[in-house]
Design a binder for this molecule. Structure first.
Ligand SMILES: Nc1ncnc2c1ncn2[C@@H]1O[C@H](COP(=O)(O)OP(=O)(O)OP(=O)(O)O)[C@@H](O)[C@H]1O
Ligand SMILES: CC(=O)N[C@H]1[C@@H]2OC[C@@H](O2)[C@@H](O)[C@@H]1O[C@H](C)C(=O)O
Length: 370
C-alpha cells in the first residue's frame, strides 16, 4: 500500500491576482481526495510590487541572481505565503501537525525556455522556517536541466484526474485559462500531450486595467457589449507560435498588450476574449486527436464572452466547466502543486516528453525542512 500524505499546494500564477491554497490527500499516484480551498487575493500595492519584480527580472541570466530589490519582494511574497497557510489552517480548523508537506510554486518572474532559463521567486527554506512545515519548491528547474521547457507541470495532475474519462473510454482535454492558457490531452489509452496554448486572461486584464482601473472583465460583461476587431485579432493569431507546435511554453510577456487607442473599451475586451478562445482552438489542432470533451478550469472560465466564443469554435466537442465535470476550477492548480510535492517526495516523475519536451520522465523539486 502506497503512503497517503496530506499536502497543501500554493500557487501564485501569472495573473498575479493572489495566492491559491488547496489541500489534498494523495499517494502521488492514483489516490486523490480533494479537501478545502482558499483564495487569498493580493492588494493593488503588492500587485504593483510583483509587476516591478517582472521588470527587475528581465535582464537576469542566472536563475539564482537576486538584485537587492527583487530579494525584498521575494521575502515579502514568501511571508505572504506563510500568512496564507496560517489563514487556511485557521479557516478550516486544521492543525499544522496534520499537514505533511507544502508544495510551493512561488511567482514566475521570467520564463525563457529557448535560453534554458526559468525564474521563480519564493524562498522555500524561509517558508519552511516560518510555517514549521516541510516545503517542496523549485519544481521547474530539474526539468529544464534535463532538456524540458520547465512548463507546463500541471499535466501530471490532470492525468490523474482523467482516470474517470479513461474508464469510460473517452479522450479528454483539460483547458486551463489563467494568465496564459494551457492544454492537457489524455487519450483513452492514457497517452498524454500538453503545452501552453496562447494568451489567456493577461491581455484582457491589461486592457481593462489600462482603460478602467479594474483588474479584469467581470463575467466578460464588458467584452459582451463589444465586437471583434478582426485586424487586431489577426495580429495575435498570425503569431509564429500558432504555426508549429515547437515552443511548448510561454512567458507572460510574449504577447504585447493592445495600445490604448487601438479600440474602444468594449471592442478591445471582446477582441481579446476572441483571441484567447481562438488560441485554444488553434493550438488544439496540434493534439493527437480532437477530444470529445474539453474541461475548462482557471479564472477564464468565469468570462462568459470567452466561454461562448470557445463553445462556438470547438465544434463537435463538449465544453464543460471544471465544476460540471466534478472538479474545482479555482483550486486545480494549487491542488496540482500539492500533488506534485508528494510525487517529488516519492521520487516520481513530474514531467514527461509529452508535457515539457523533457528527454525522459524526470522528478524535480527541492525539499526544505523546518
Ligand atoms: N468573475 C470573473 N470573471 C471574469 N474573469 C475572471 C473572473 N474571476 C477571475 N477571472 C480571471 O481569471 C484570472 C485569474 O485566473 P487564474 O487564477 O486561473 O490565473 P493564474 O493561476 O494566475 O494563471 P496561470 O494559470 O497562468 O498561472 C483573473 O486575472 C481574471 O482575468
Ligand atoms: C513558467 C510558468 O510559470 N508557466 C505557467 C504559466 O501559467 C500557465 C502556463 O504559463 C503554464 O505553463 C505555467 O503554469 C502552470 C501552473 C503549469 O506549469 O502547469
Amino acid at each position: 500500500m502506497d503512503v497517503v500524505r496530506t499536502a497543501i499546494g500554493l500557487m501564485s500564477g501569472t495573473s498575479m491576482d493572489g495566492i491559491d491554497v488547496a489541500l489534498i490527500r494523495t499517494d502521488g499516484r492514483g489516490f486523490i481526495e480533494r479537501g478545502p480551498f482558499l483564495g487569498v487575493p493580493y492588494d493593488a500595492e503588492f500587485r504593483g510590487r510583483l509587476k516591478r519584480a517582472l521588470e527587475l527580472a528581465r535582464p537576469l541570466r542566472d536563475r539564482n541572481e537576486r538584485p537587492a530589490e527583487l530579494r525584498e519582494i521575494e521575502l515579502e511574497l514568501t511571508l505572504r505565503h506563510a500568512t496564507a497557510v496560517m489563514a487556511f489552517l485557521e479557516s478550516f480548523g486544521l492543525a499544522a501537525s496534520a499537514v505533511d508537506v507544502l508544495g510551493f510554486h512561488g511567482q514566475t518572474v521570467l520564463h525563457r525556455p529557448d535560453e534554458g532559463l526559468t525564474i521563480q521567486i519564493g524562498d522555500g527554506r524561509e517558508l519552511a522556517r516560518r510555517t514549521g512545515l516541510s516545503v517542496v519548491y523549485d519544481m521547474r528547474a530539474n526539468d529544464m536541466v534535463n532538456g524540458g521547457e520547465g512548463a507546463p507541470l500541471v499535466p501530471a495532475y490532470h492525468a490523474a484526474l482523467a482516470a474517470k474519462f479513461q474508464q469510460a473510454g473517452e479522450a479528454v482535454c483539460f483547458v486551463n485559462i489563467g494568465g496564459i492558457s494551457n492544454l492537457t490531452y489524455i487519450g483513452a489509452d492514457g497517452r498524454i500531450a500538453a503545452f501552453d496554448s496562447g494568451p489567456g486572461n493577461t491581455l484582457i486584464d491589461q486592457w481593462v486595467e489600462m482603460q478602467t482601473g479594474r483588474t479584469y472583465d467581470p463575467g466578460g460583461e464588458i467584452g459582451g457589449r463589444g465586437k471583434v476587431v478582426h485586424s487586431l485579432a489577426e495580429r495575435y493569431l498570425d503569431s509564429p507560435f500558432f504555426r508549429g507546435n515547437i515552443r511548448r511554453s510561454l512567458d507572460r510577456g510574449d504577447f504585447a498588450p493592445l495600445r490604448p487607442d487601438e479600440a474602444s473599451l468594449e471592442d478591445g475586451a471582446r477582441t481579446l476574449a476572441h483571441v484567447a478562445a481562438a488560441s485554444i482552438v488553434k493550438s488544439a489542432g496540434f493534439l493527437p486527436e480532437r477530444p470529445s470533451t474539453y474541461v475548462v478550469c482557471g479564472g477564464g472560465r468565469l468570462n462568459g464572452t470567452l466561454m461562448a466564443e470557445l463553445s462556438a469554435m470547438a465544434e463537435g466537442s463538449r465544453v464543460l466547466s471544471a465544476e460540471a465535470a466534478g472538479f474545482d476550477g479555482d483550486a486545480m492548480e494549487a491542488e496540482a502543486w500539492a500533488y506534485l510535492a508528494v510525487r517529488s517526495l516519492e521520487g516520481l516523475p513530474l514531467t514527461f516528453p509529452g508535457t515539457t519536451g523533457v528527454a525522459a520522465p524526470v522528478s524535480g523539486g527541492v525539499l526544505a525542512t523546518p
